[in-house]
Design a protein around this ligand. Structure first.
Ligand code: ATP
Ligand code: MG
Length: 474
């Protein structure tokens, strides 16, 4: 069978390199398809650590005569002695066959068709084994893979065997299969050795695999930061070279990835790595520009403190919201924009901030979308900030009663802690919340006399203003 090339062979050299480095043979089978099998006694995975629902899915598939494996992050994390975030299952049953077995099953995805088996809030994702991409002609019937001219996979629904599936996964440590039939771990790609060595290696040629799906570069950072793994030098080189390919990914998919990147409990490390590989600029171009031109230390300190705070909350199982994360990451561009509007249009501070919020969100949405349910609270967190200066009378009480007060107060304290505002600003509002009504009266009397109260913000030297006006989506 003819196989479609996954990238444009611009020269004979490219073609030769491609044939040598990519693991698939021309007939679609895999060149090194004999797996290393680790028997139950050779690995630490115990069923006691696998979710009951995932086990139910695995057993039911198995009893119905299908192959059923736990795969991906579940196996990787169990082998590392970590608690998996979720459990993914791979099987030779087609999505329709999976649906027939589970009443509580929904088929999702077009680019990548999957079965979701629902158990209350837990979802077990069941994927049918993927095969290498087929002939372009077959793509027309809607079942085969579809690849863009630049090598990007647009649709990926060709079903195959276990060994084919293994080579289609992103990193070796993500391609380990726990077999429910005999409790062994099946390893086609040397993932077990990489896990032991703490090495993140792409399966196949990183250049080809990143062109197929540039989001894999973000995944590399996510896993390296979360697991404390070293990214293979060959993979690093491809990331430095190909980071611009992220421009082709839809803003909606990038928004989802941003949440996985920054709400995974290792946001500080992730942020530093994303910047190191030139990936952050594609997710938050305005922030990258503001940080690259910063003159005082607090903007970067502010972002780092916000991310450290997010990590701490996640590690304490406290809730986090994308609105706060985005508000923090875009704070510096927002401040520049508001200052520019105040200076150029001579607008008062609060309307200038509202206008700036609109401009910044419109520009950001070209990179990553911001769903409305988050853009509204973000705007409130920002536009409440100037109101914290008013510490007397009804204005303070009204602010404290605002539904977004708590998030805005946390934001204010981050600014204080990062050196943008004096520490007293946060302290005053902390005391205000902790004291009773008469204590509040006292504070308001003394707070009303405080030096900065009601004063206009200190004007800072104007910076370069982000490009004006973009189509609004928020
Ligand atoms: P997490 O702990 O975040 O869930 P994970 O490795 O399980 O990590 P998922 O996004 O849940 O990541 O994906 C499950 C598995 O599917 C991955 O481990 C990998 O084998 C495969 N996979 C996911 N996304 C891709 C991709 N873009 N390209 C290739 N394989 C992928
Ligand atoms: Mg997973």
């Amino acid at each position: 069978m003819r196989m479609k090339t996954r990238f444009n062979c611009k020269s004979l050299k490219d073609l030769i390199l491609y044939l040598f480095r990519y693991p698939f043979r021309q007939d679609g089978s895999v060149s090194n398809s004999k797996p290393r099998i680790y028997a139950r006694s050779e690995h630490p995975i115990s069923r006691a650590n696998i979710s009951q629902n995932a086990l139910k899915v695995l057993y039911r598939l198995h009893e119905a005569g299908y192959q059923a494996f736990l795969v991906g992050g579940g196996v990787r994390d169990l082998l590392l002695g970590r608690e998996p975030k979720d459990f993914d299952v791979a099987t030779d049953a087609s999505p329709d066959e999976v649906r027939e077995l589970f009443r509580n099953c929904r088929l999702i995805g077009r680019r990548f068709r999957l079965a979701h088996v629902h158990f209350g809030r837990e979802i077990i994702e069941v994927a049918t084994f993927r095969a290498p991409h087929e002939d372009e002609d077959e793509a027309d019937n809607g079942t085969a893979a579809v690849t863009a001219d630049d090598g990007r996979i647009l649709r990926d629904n060709v079903y195959g065997t276990l060994d084919q599936d293994a080579w289609r996964r992103d990193f070796t440590v993500n391609a380990l299969y726990y077999n429910i039939a005999d409790f062994s771990v099946v390893d086609f790609v040397g993932g077990m050795k990489d896990l032991e060595r703490g090495r993140l290696r792409v399966i196949g040629d990183p250049d080809v695999r990143f062109r197929e799906d540039p989001v894999r570069m973000l995944r590399a950072v996510r896993f390296a930061a979360k697991l404390g793994f070293r990214i293979d030098p060959e993979v690093e080189a491809a990331m430095h070279e190909l980071s611009d390919l992220l421009a082709e990914i839809s803003p909606a998919r990038l928004f989802d990835e941003v949440l996985k990147l920054f709400h995974g409990g290792s946001a500080v490390q992730t942020f530093e790595m994303l910047r190191h590989y030139g990936l952050f600029a594609h997710l938050f171009p305005l922030t990258e520009e503001a940080l690259a031109h910063e003159e005082q230390g607090f903007p970067i300190t502010f972002v780092m403190n916000a991310l450290a705070n997010t990590d701490a909350r996640i590690n304490e199982d406290k809730p986090v919201t994308p609105a706060f994360l985005y508000a923090a990451l875009l704070w510096e561009p927002l401040r520049h924009e508001a200052e520019a509007i105040m200076a150029e249009d001579d607008m008062p501070e609060i309307p200038a901030m509202q206008q700036a919020a609109h401009n910044i969100m419109s520009l950001q949405q070209r990179a990553t979308s911001i769903p409305k349910r988050f853009s509204l609270p973000m705007r409130e967190i920002w536009t409440l900030q100037p109101r914290f200066r008013y510490k007397s009378g009804k204005r303070a009480l009204r602010l404290a009663a605002h539904p977004r007060f708590r998030a805005a107060y946390d934001f204010l304290c981050l600014r204080s802690r990062s050196g943008e505002l004096p520490p007293e600003d946060c302290r005053w509002w902390t005391e205000f919340q902790e004291t009773d009504a008469s204590g509040q009266q006292q504070l308001m009397t003394s707070g009303g006399a405080a030096g900065r109260e009601g004063g206009k913000p200190k004007r800072r030297r104007r910076r370069r203003r982000p490009p004006k006006k973009a189509p609004s989506g928020d």
